[in-house]
Design a protein around this ligand. Structure first.
Ligand SMILES: Nc1nc2c(ncn2[C@@H]2O[C@H](COP(=O)(O)OP(=O)(O)OP(=O)(O)O)[C@@H](O)[C@H]2O)c(=O)[nH]1
Ligand SMILES: [Mg+2]
Length: 242
């Protein structure tokens, strides 16, 4: 239905302070960009603001509203399925909180028009450390997590936990045939791991990641544990193929 178009998927949970602005900032980047918000019944009613935007622009903005908070990974899986069913060719993951600059979507989109690349990753660590306004503990955690993830998985990507990623639809079709186990940071690692092991070509381009200035973080210790131990499990399962 939407061949040649790009779908930007934004999961949202209590992003009322960001959502209207980010929707409009994404749409002005390129005529062919469409948006899908996956909201988990946010208590601050983020979805209501999305519904109001949809009334103004029903052909380009879409909403999946789920019953309850079920995690970032499962929100993306619902979004990917919808994107495939609706015939989009390029699909992006992006946060609602302005950590990812909508302007970077243009640079990323171009790579997916190129035959040589299947996945484009907006990367904080491709040239030094490009993170603005994160406390030093958070930068260190993320940076060492990325080194750990690279060592364990063997995937030659510097920012494996990046949540700013574009995929050609074939990549998602192929990955979704498999079982996706994880839901938090580990979900991001798993997606790149599976894309790489299914033979797709990944490229990292540098982006500047800025900490959110509005709304609250949903990061939790359980998300970090899932990434640390879950990854080991993923590797062991791959080695022993069960
Ligand atoms: N639908 C849905 N969206 C979520 C869920 N958890 C987080 N999000 C959204 O996913 C994106 C990333 O979440 P963040 O809270 O920014 O996580 P983070 O980037 O690790 O943490 P901070 O930047 O420190 O806030 C944001 O757009 C959130 O609103 C969830 O369970 N369901
Ligand atoms: Mg964030």
């Amino acid at each position: 239905m939407y061949q040649g178009k790009s779908l930007i998927i934004i999961p949202s949970y209590n992003e009322a302070e960001n959502i209207v602005e980010i929707i409009n900032d994404v749409l002005i980047q390129k005529e062919s960009f469409h948006l899908l918000i996956v909201d988990d019944n946010s208590p601050d009613k983020t979805y209501k603001l999305v519904e109001e935007e949809i009334i103004k622009n029903p052909k380009k903005i879409f909403l999946i509203k789920r019953e309850k908070k079920s995690g970032l990974g499962s929100a993306y899986l619902a979004g990917f399925k919808w994107a495939i069913e609706n015939g989009y060719e390029k699909i992006f993951e992006m946060d609602a909180d302005y950590s990812h600059d909508p302007k970077d979507l243009l640079r990323m989109d171009v790579f997916l028009d190129n035959d040589g690349y299947d996945v484009v990753i907006g990367s904080r660590y491709v040239s030094g450390v490009n993170v603005v306004n994160w406390p030093i503990q958070r930068v260190l955690l993320s940076y060492f997590a990325s080194i750990y993830a690279r060592l364990i998985t063997g995937v030659p990507v510097k920012d494996l936990t990046s949540g700013f990623v574009g995929y050609k639809v074939n990549v998602l079709k192929s990955i979704l045939k498999e079982n996706i186990r994880f839901n938090g940071y580990a979900f991001q690692i798993e997606m790149k791991f599976k894309a790489h092991s299914n033979g797709f070509k990944l490229i990292e381009i540098p982006i500047i990641f800025t900490d959110r200035t509005k709304g609250e973080s949903k990061m939790s210790l359980s998300i970090v544990w899932e990434a640390i131990f879950g990854l080991l499990l993923l590797k062991i399962k791959k080695v022993f193929k069960f």
